[in-house]
Design a protein around this ligand. Structure first.
Ligand SMILES: [Zn+2]
Length: 167
């Protein structure tokens, strides 16, 4: 009788561990999965994602991140347009740059030449979204500089030995 209970307990631990490993593997896959949208995507918030290829964040996640940044800053505005673009092929842009915000077009540009990750895209978008929210709320000077404490809601890219954090 005791043997049956012990074997049962061992089986439960083995199955539990196997399920844990599978869940971990699925999460891992999700973290490294990339997404493409051949068509422009538009959300009610105004967030627009221009056609992009092999990016780490889903459009749904980008929309969530914007809501998080709005909450964190306490500012609201119609969402920006986001474009992943090759800086090298766009002559006017500094190829060393990771991302930038253009207030005129209410547009966030992410440099698709960079070796990005899910974390890197998240960090870059948060930072540029703070620029957008400041700019759209009459704080253009604060948006141009980085002195505003609201940049704590999006400090920007965090590199380690020149490389982005993964996933
Ligand atoms: Zn900035």
């Amino acid at each position: 009788m005791t043997d049956v209970i012990i074997i049962g307990a061992i089986a439960a631990v083995v199955v539990g561990y196997a399920l844990y490993l599978k869940k971990k593997k699925d999460k891992n896959k999700e973290d490294y999965e990339t997404h493409s949208n051949p068509e422009e995507l538009v959300h009610d918030s105004g967030i627009t994602l221009l056609p992009s290829k092999d990016i780490y964040l889903t459009f749904e996640r980008i929309v969530e991140i914007y809501k998080e940044v709005e909450l964190c800053t306490g500012l609201k505005a119609k969402g920006p347009t986001i474009e992943y673009v090759s800086y090298e092929k766009t002559l006017a842009l500094n190829p060393e740059g990771w991302a930038l915000y253009m207030s005129a077009g209410k547009r966030i540009l992410i440099n698709s030449d960079k070796d990005l990750s899910k974390t890197a895209e998240d960090q870059l978008l948060r930072h540029e979204m703070v620029h957008h929210l400041l700019s759209e709320n009459g704080m253009s000077d604060e948006s141009r500089g980085h002195a505003s404490t609201l940049f704590n809601c999006g400090p920007g890219i965090d590199l380690h030995n020149g490389k982005v954090i993964r996933p």
